[in-house]
Design a protein around this ligand. Structure first.
Ligand code: HEM
Length: 488
């Protein structure tokens, strides 16, 4: 069943709320500001097909730009079967995220919840969420990264790159790296046949997230559910084995097995531990690997940025023995790399924004968002707004070095690639370290040329359409690129 057919079925099935909504909006006409301005689009379909068409292209911005011009930064639309308030306003976005658990709660369709598992951190709420969120934060904080994780990150990235030659699909390689790193950090498993077999199933689970969820019709979705069961069984077996060990190990699974979950101080069940681990695999996999790939793409297209980045990393290399891994002080001496990462996150973050649902009528900017409505806080629309970032649609890593009031304010209030509030991404620093170490080894070990023309698209997720194929040449025996005079 292809995506578009699924889409039509879904919106048709969900048309009743749309009709009720039009009725409600009409009834409210003439009364002081109630719903935000906007259009609910076509009967049945809302604006879904227009949104999908825009995001399948290389330039999805006009969809949002047109509505911003017409209605302002908070407007109403109707997508994926539901009326949704779209916010491109940083203040509103912050308000929504900060009020998670009070006025708003996270909201995923059942189809996604089934793939995540009902105990997933992304779905849990209240006290349990608070406890598990802080456990995750404590596992990926700077001191753990410095003392334990950095060495594995460095080693596993180098191990993967050792096998690269000739043509590679950078997006695939980056995904393999992030998966292996997460498995290592979660449960101390080294990459091998077992991790690769789980990764293959896991890829099918991820595909399920991006298909439209009509279980009866969608073979992709059914396959994803089967794969999810297999991944859960494999992880469950590890959990059972680990429970038999006398001493808790020093990894995430070790922390989970000794953690208390409920108010009564009970430990986590096997299912809870497995769902939790699946959530971490999901949350870090596509996100980090996409930013790794896109940073390389933008650098390839910006020779001066690449040359400055190389200089930064060659300086670090020059003071190190090749066999010696990166240390925390090396990571801390990569200021321009952080600018490149920020700018990649700003221009093309895979998480364009997040959905929340109102738990009561909420007043925002003089409008009322009725209880039960969806709100989409768009980080992307804010990050690409010229009001907040000069020449906002251009990749310009140096903007993060300009010491101006605008930059400082932008950093604090406007730039939110990792979300905010109680659900702030607990992996934000881990992701930065992984991407920095990856860029270090990539630019100091290889030169490269794109193997084909590829393009950045945004639906069903932000990605390079052909997985970014490139030819790599080890820098100490570079010949191909020099001969072609086309070196990066
Ligand atoms: C560039 C990489 C990454 C980006 C852009 C990113 C972005 C985000 C964003 C925007 C959220 C907020 C979701 C919401 O508010 O509903 C989030 C949540 C989350 N992220 Fe990340 N993330 C990245 C990497 C990672 C990594 C490496 C991990 C692994 C530990 C991770 C784990 C999580 C988890 C578990 C949540 C759910 C938090 C909760 O609901 O309490 N992320 N991430």
């Amino acid at each position: 069943m292809d995506l578009n057919l699924n889409l039509l079925f879904l919106v048709a099935a969900l048309s009743l709320p749309f009709l009720l909504l039009v009725g409600r909006a009409r009834r409210c006409r003439g009364t002081p500001p109630l719903l935000p301005p906007g259009s609910l689009g076509l009967p049945l379909l809302g604006e879904t097909l227009r949104l999908v068409a825009a995001y399948k292209s290389e330039d999805p911005e006009p969809f949002v730009d047109e509505r911003l011009m017409r209605y302002g930064t908070v407007f109403m639309t109707h997508v994926f079967g539901e009326a949704t308030v779209f916010s491109a306003d940083p203040e509103t976005n912050r308000f929504v995220l900060q009020n998670e658990g009070k006025l708003f709660e996270c909201s995923y369709p059942d189809s996604i919840a089934n793939l995540l598992g009902r105990h997933s951190l992304l779905l849990t709420k209240g006290a349990m969420h608070k406890r598990m969120h802080s456990l995750t934060m404590s596992f990926a904080n700077s001191s753990i990264l410095k003392d334990r994780l950095l060495a594995d990150i460095d080693r596993l990235i180098r191990l993967n790159m050792d096998s690269w030659h000739d043509k590679i699909f950078l997006m695939e390689e980056a995904k393999k790296i992030t998966f292996e790193l997460t498995m290592k950090q979660l449960m101390s498993v080294e990459p091998g046949e077992w991790t690769e077999s789980i990764r293959k199933e896991y890829v099918l689970v991820i595909e399920g997230f991006f298909t439209l969820p009509i279980p009866f019709f969608s073979s992709t979705y059914r396959r994803a559910i089967r794969a999810r069961t297999k991944v859960a069984e494999a992880l469950g077996a590890v959990v059972r084995e680990r429970r038999k060990e006398v001493e808790a190990r020093n990894d995430m699974l070790g922390s989970l097995l000794t953690a208390t979950a409920g108010d009564d101080g009970h430990g986590l069940s096997d299912d809870e531990v497995v769902d939790f681990m699946v959530a971490l695999l999901v949350a870090g996999y596509e996100t980090t690997s996409t930013i790794m790939t896109l940073a390389v793409k933008f650098l390839t297209e910006s020779p001066s940025a690449l040359s400055q980045l190389k200089e930064e990393h060659e300086k670090i290399r020059a003071r190190k023995d090749w066999n010696h891994g990166l240390e925390w002080t090396d990571y801390k001496s990569m200021p321009f790399t952080q600018c490149v990462i920020n700018e990649t996150l700003r221009v093309a973050n895979i998480i364009a924004g997040v959905f929340r649902r109102t738990t009561t009528d909420v007043n925002i900017k003089g409008y009322t968002i009725p209880k039960g409505w969806k709100v989409f806080t768009s980080f992307r629309a804010v990050h690409l707004d010229p009001l907040h970032f000069e020449d906002a649609r251009t990749f310009d890593p140096w903007r993060w070095q300009r010491d101006t009031v605008t930059t400082t304010t932008a950093l604090a209030n406007v730039f939110m690639p990792f979300g905010g509030g109680p659900r702030l991404c607990p992996g934000y620093e881990l992701a930065r370290v992984i991407i920095s170490v990856f860029l270090h080894h990539f630019v100091t070990s290889f030169s490269w040329v794109p193997a084909e023309n590829d393009k950045l698209i945004f639906f069903p997720t932000t990605r390079m359409q052909k997985r970014y194929p490139i030819y790599v040449t080890r820098r100490n025996d570079a010949t191909r690129d020099v001969a072609e005079g086309d070196e990066w």
